[in-house]
Design a protein around this ligand. Sequence first.
Ligand code: MG
Length: 459
Amino acid sequence: MRTLSIIKADTGGWVGHSSVHPDQEAAAGRELRRAIESGLVDDAHVASCGDDLALIMSHRHGADAQVVHSFAWDVFRRTSAVADELGLHGGTRDDVVGAGRKRAGPHPAGADRAATDGADSDGADSDGVQSDGAESDGVRSHGVESHDVEPDDVTPDGELRGPGLGYAELEIGEERPSEPVLCFLTDQAQPGAWNYPLFRTFADPFTSSGLVVDPAMREGFVFEVYDLQENTAVELACPAETYDLLLYVGVPSRYVIHCVRSAATGVVAAATSTQRLSLIAGRSAGQDDPVMIVRAESGLPSVGEVLEPFAFPYSVAGGLRGAHRAPLMPVGLDDAHPTRSDGPPRVVCLGFQLTDGELIGPRDMFADPSFDRARSRAVEVMDYYRHHGPFEPHRLAPDPLRTTTTPAPDGRLASRWVPLTAADVRTPEALRKARQAREQAAQDHRAPGRPTEKEVSGP
Ligand code: MG
């Protein structure tokens, strides 16, 4: 059993939210090399998009393996320490480092232990493979189940969850002779950002002609969708339930595609991360910046069909302060550093051939001039959105799932709002009462010593 994991965290930005500092990537790279040498993982690669650092790992521990997640946690503690030394910008490193400071000494299942104990440590099965409760569908990622996590409850203890942390994992039962895998990273985007491209690749024959001409794809794909508000999940099979699927995934602020399977074989073709950081942290904790893994070819959509939806810079929630809507710009790794209004949101794709556990690559899949027009259009759309300033649709409508997009719950202002009904506006008496109520509220909350409007204007 082969597992591919992307585990990412925002452990401090350089400068502001725009990028990861090279010293952070170097620190993570050192830990990954140690993990490879110790046998903890078969291969690994460190990458970044914006201020998010991602660990891409091939291993045999299964999804949700404690030994892998604890290792990642420890790596992020180290990159957070680098951020501390350099005084890098916020993100969620305070949570990661803070949790680490609560413990005495290094994390018991961290990199130090991993480097010496190797793959057989920490409850591994007799064959050295630890499934650690992995679901039979081969995909697990933290999402709705983490909503009740409190800010002080972010220590892993076998589970990688907490503000700034996210992961997608895909179990590959049997490696095919050719195993192309695409690892997508974002910055300044929310979890539902994958709904649009996943639908187009796996359900839209105008994007993926393989759905029509490849007999292996003719039965279509099954989408597992999470309702982030109700903490529920549903499976919908396409093409039979295409319209039902669109009913939900067209609202990516609430419904998020968790994974996609082949209807014919059950093979998991795509897995996403589904964190809602604001809820996980119990407060605003930055961007969700989801990641995704997609397998391609040989009964699955081709690499080109997986990438094609990104030729349209579709609109995503996220952007500046996580409170805006903006186009998602596909870029090469060298351009994955959003600066203009902390945007536009970026997506990068690292392509690998997975061969005997080795990640052959990466290829920088969006470093292709055929995506130039998407980038140009993204800039135009960003101009359009930016001119709206604090108005919708650039500014996100209030979202009950997030705290960053709703008006501040200012008690002073809240008390000045008075009920207004149709009956109120029809009667002079109701209008007089409402005016009196507003004046009284203004007097109650005016600053000491500050004259009232009546005092200023005179009798
Ligand atoms: Mg970010």
